[in-house]
Design a binder for this molecule. Structure first.
Ligand SMILES: [Fe+2]
Ligand SMILES: [Fe+2]
Length: 282
């Protein structure tokens, strides 16, 4: 436990719970549980930061595709497993029930937390003066990881398509593709973390290659490209970020269904119901 506590920045922990006033009204057990979740998330973030070139990462050689492939049967879950459904590192936690008509902000609060990486991305996009469709895309670009890691750009674009501007879903879908291709002029280099995650000799599959070819000549190339630019710098384990600065942008551009996400009979409603009720056996 002491080692876990070492990872905790007390101020950041309290801020993550909504401030000292919010902590004061929490019961002892609730506070202990929150601390445990916070520590777990910090560990995940530190691992992500390390993969992204943090301390110690440089000393290990990058694995090859074959070496990563050989690890498949040493894991209790597949690598494409989503965040909300467990990560093979201990038990899942009890989830708070969603409100009857959940909004995107409810999902952020109750299912996507801590959402630190996407909040960092959007914060950077806002600070660097990017347009609102891109800021929104940054805020949502990896949220689908809660549902599915494999092809998360496509999953993410699909779940948001009925509710966001076309440029935003385009950026979400194709940021996944552009992560594999450097663009010096735009300020995006191939990340070391990808050498580590995919293997040093990895070649993207045909659907990624053909999406890249299409994107190079597309008038909206820069939309997903800017998401990748913000992506690179958004793995700071010490960043304290909140969704507050983005509430107006969400209000302006996210067409929240009045029945609530999951209840609107849209072609993607089941994806939102799955996120709302991941404990359902069928
Ligand atoms: Fe992503
Ligand atoms: Fe990302």
């Amino acid at each position: 436990m002491a080692a876990i506590l070492d990872l905790i920045d007390r101020r950041a922990f309290i801020a993550s719970l909504g401030g000292a006033a919010a902590v004061a009204v929490m019961g002892h057990e609730e506070r202990a549980e929150a601390l445990e979740h916070y520590a777990e998330n910090r560990l995940n973030e530190l691992a992500a930061a390390q993969n992204n070139g943090g301390a110690g990462a440089q000393e290990r050689p990058f694995p090859t595709v074959a070496e990563l492939d050989a690890q498949i049967e040493t894991c209790s879950t597949r690598r494409g497993m989503s965040n909300l459904f467990g990560n093979g590192r201990g038990n899942v936690r009890r989830l708070e029930k969603m409100p009857e008509k959940p909004t995107i902000l409810d999902f952020f609060r109750l299912r996507f937390q801590p959402a630190n990486h996407v909040l960092q991305s959007a914060t950077r996009a806002m600070k660097t003066g990017m347009k609102e469709e891109v800021i929104l895309a940054c805020l949502l670009h990896d949220v689908a990881l809660n549902l599915m890691h494999v092809d998360h750009g496509w999953w993410g674009a699909q779940m948001f398509e009925p509710y966001v501007p076309e440029k935003t879903s385009f950026a979400i879908r194709y940021h996944q593709t552009l992560r594999f291709y450097a663009d010096e002029e735009a300020g995006y280099e191939y990340p070391d973390s990808y050498h580590r995650t995919f293997g040093v000799d990895y070649v993207p599959p045909p659907h990624i290659q053909s999406a890249y070819k299409m994107l190079r000549n597309h008038k909206w190339y820069m939309e997903p490209r800017l998401v990748t630019v913000n992506d690179l710098y958004s793995f700071d384990p010490n960043a304290v970020v909140t969704i507050d600065p983005f509430i107006d942008i969400v209000g302006r551009h996210f067409k929240q269904p009045k029945e609530g996400l999951g209840n609107d009979n849209s072609p993607v409603a089941h994806m939102w119901r799955t996120l709302a009720n991941p404990d359902a056996p069928l």
